[in-house]
Design a protein around this ligand. Structure first.
Ligand code: GLN
Length: 241
């Protein structure tokens, strides 16, 4: 069995340790004997619609998001929409999450169009949300670090990934964090998010492997260290929000 990962715009969209998510996905697959190919896609290159099983789309500054949005406005956006419709899984963090929605409106710049595969819309606020982000998802605890001015609001086709316990999450108002729609995950958790939240890493691996290999069962890993790190980070978030 093999897994193909595409790291979207690693030069523009990979801040606050986000590239660690590709490392976590790669390692958790390899520890199970699954061969992994991880390839970058940069603006101006041609994105192959039928290759990747799993995309990682990290966070970035407004300027980088503008460049990425333009790259996704043409054939590359059609290819990515087609790939997702064909069953590819996506983990998107912060700026990448925002660009999978309808649009991201910076505070003092024109709206940046999104890919429109997530039923969310984002508008920048005056105050940045910066700090530890602790939330509870159906499948487990979610812990990370947030740093964004964007306020993201979910439409009916998207459901929240988790409920905020500490921090701001999507918009600092409705206590929601992230979004789930089909096999797309959006989150504001930087950190990187996957090493300390192994349940999310394995959910993405399952979805991605099922795309070409059909129903898959992942052998359990010894996540004692990962869960100890999650508990320690959650404790810090609770005591020093
Ligand atoms: N530029 C976006 C914002 O400020 C995303 C930032 C990020 O990816 N951390 O909301």
């Amino acid at each position: 069995m093999d897994l193909r990962i595409c790291h979207l715009y690693p030069d523009l969209m990979s801040i606050y340790g986000d590239r660690g998510n590709v490392i976590a996905l790669t390692q958790r697959a390899r520890w199970r004997g699954i061969e992994v190919e991880a390839r970058p896609h940069r603006a101006g290159e041609r994105l192959e619609p039928d290759r990747a099983d799993l995309y990682f789309f990290g966070g970035g500054q407004d300027q980088g998001q503008d460049v990425v949005s333009k790259d996704l406005a043409g054939p590359n956006g059609d290819a990515l929409r087609r790939s997702i419709a064909g069953g590819a899984a996506v983990l998107s963090v912060c700026g990448g999450y925002q660009l999978l929605g309808r649009e991201y409106v910076p505070e003092a710049a024109p709206a940046i169009p999104g890919l429109g595969v997530l039923d969310v819309t984002t508008r920048a606020g005056k105050v940045r949300f910066v700090g530890n982000l602790l939330a509870e998802a159906e499948r487990g605890t979610l812990i990370g670090f947030e740093n964004h001015s964007g306020r993201t609001y979910l439409g009916p086709a998207a459901k929240p990934l988790a409920k905020v316990l500490v921090g701001h999450g999507n918009n600092g108002e409705d206590r929601t964090e992230g979004a789930l729609q089909g096999r797309i995950v959006g989150t504001y958790c930087h950190g990187s998010v996957l090493p300390k939240n192994p349940w999310l890493a394995d959910l993405l691996l399952l979805w991605a492997l099922e795309r070409r290999h059909g129903p898959v069962t992942l052998a359990p890993l010894d996540d004692a260290d990962e869960l100890a790190a999650q508990r320690a980070a959650a404790e810090v978030a609770r005591t020093r929000p």
